[in-house]
Design a protein around this ligand. Structure first.
Ligand code: NHF
Length: 426
């Protein structure tokens, strides 16, 4: 089976959990014997083409035109993806299925689908509506429309939690039989690298207790709730230190809030950290905290569990489904600094509880969430859509003749064949 994935992020470009998802999924699919091609964004030091762990990664450079805004840049990106994709599909000859991740690659996914009459699978990792707790301006409405359109065009839609299944069913009116829930996974081994042969524990200096957050710094990840909870925690545990790793558009706001609360000497913004430093920080921290206001899944919580760090998460979205309160982590009320502080203090003040949830969390992450199993379920979806689409109308000439747009798609397909885009595919 040959699969062509489209994703706007793929390591080394890591914006959020999506890059991790596509990376691990495609690697695990290759282990199942699938030929996986990923077309993604290149640039900087990223290698334009590599065959890594069985996955063929094609990194394109979007046009070097200036873009007035992110939306325009995304459209440019989609044209570049399409140009490369058309030539690649023609050169591979028998691609079986297209797989698009999120609205950012929707236009290219749809055009490739119609040009080659290939079934399109879409994974929706998050929605604009959920991220913003509603749609408040034209930009958000536009993105939401494109998200809906991608789910409409897709033969099947994958989401990573039952929470997301309800969100798409309700908000996009997506029929139940079109959606499949496949949770994300984690590789426990990835969280011991850089810790030395015996995982020697390096304690923070002066008896400090680290409370660790890692993720994109955007409003919905809820770091502001952690900052608001800090004074209460420091009242009982003056040795507490808050480590915030990651970057994002909300960073300035968070730094300002830190200053306003006089927390400059208690909160450390670590910026982007590499895997080794991340693993060290997980190991040194008493607790990892994910106080999201909206969280479709929350791969980071699984990562913390796999790293052997007790977790406190907010009781929402995918986090609610991953963590069992009091067993393998603790859950607090969404957006409540008080509840967050109480749960963090419970872990800091009760080493027995901390040890128990840490052990159970580690076992759960290791045994229940395997990428190989995720890939197996995804492969099953591919097989179904290939079978179903093989019986579909669009393979007949009658359909082609009755739809004027199909002529445009037929042209796109041929442009790639004659090499008119000047793309050199690998
Ligand atoms: O883990 C990968 C990630 C999720 O909850 C996360 C999110 C974006 O917001 O599926 O996608």
């Amino acid at each position: 089976m040959k699969v062509l994935m489209l994703s706007w992020e793929y390591p080394p470009k890591n914006v959020g959990g999506l890059a991790q998802h596509v990376y691990h999924l495609s690697k695990a699919l290759a282990k199942h014997g699938v030929e996986v091609h990923v077309i993604t964004v290149g640039g900087n030091d990223a290698i334009p083409y590599e065959d890594r762990e069985g996955v063929k990664v094609h990194r394109i450079s979007p046009y070097s035109l200036s873009s007035p805004d992110f939306r325009t840049w995304i459209l440019h990106l989609n044209f570049s993806l399409l140009e490369y994709g058309v030539t690649l599909v023609n050169s591979l000859k028998n691609v079986d299925v297209l797989h698009a991740h999120d609205w950012l690659v929707a236009h290219a996914g749809r055009a490739l689908k119609h040009s080659f009459q290939l079934p399109l699978v879409a994974t929706i990792h998050a929605t604009e509506y959920g991220r913003n707790n509603g749609l408040h301006n034209d930009n958000q409405r536009y993105i939401s429309d494109v998200e809906w359109w991608l789910t409409y065009e897709a033969w099947r839609v994958i989401v990573c939690s039952s929470y997301m299944e309800r969100e798409l069913g309700g908000f996009f009116q997506l029929p139940e039989d079109k959606i499949t829930v496949i949770p994300n996974g984690v590789n426990a081994e990835d969280f011991s690298t850089g810790l030395g042969p015996k995982r020697i524990k390096h304690s923070p200096p002066n008896g400090e207790k680290y409370i660790f957050f890692i993720g994109r710094l955007v409003r919905e990840k809820g770091v502001q709730v952690l900052l608001d909870a800090a004074p209460k925690i420091l009242g009982r545990f003056p040795e507490a230190r808050f480590i915030v790793a990651g970057t994002g558009p909300y960073e300035e706001h968070l730094r300002a809030r830190t200053r306003e609360r006089g927390l400059e000497h208690r909160v450390y913004f670590a910026g982007y950290v590499n895997d080794q430093i991340r693993n060290r920080l997980f190991q040194q921290s008493k607790v990892a905290v994910f106080p999201s206001l909206y969280e479709p899944f929350g791969i980071v919580a699984l990562e913390a569990m796999a790293a052997g760090t007790p977790v406190v998460v907010s009781d929402t979205g995918g986090l609610r489904e991953i963590v069992e309160h009091g067993v393998d982590g603790l859950k607090c009320y969404v957006g409540s600094p008080d509840s967050l502080a109480d749960n963090i203090m419970a872990v800091l003040g009760d080493p027995g509880l901390a040890e128990r949830i840490k052990e159970n969390g580690y076992e759960k992450a290791k045994n229940k969430y395997s990428w190989f199993a995720v890939a197996g379920k995804t492969l099953h979806i591919y097989e179904e859509v290939i079978r179903e689409s093989g019986r579909a109308d669009w393979h007949t000439d009658t359909w082609m003749a009755s739809d004027p747009i199909s002529a445009v798609y037929a042209k796109i397909k041929n442009l790639g064949r004659t090499g008119v885009f000047g793309q050199q595919v690998h």
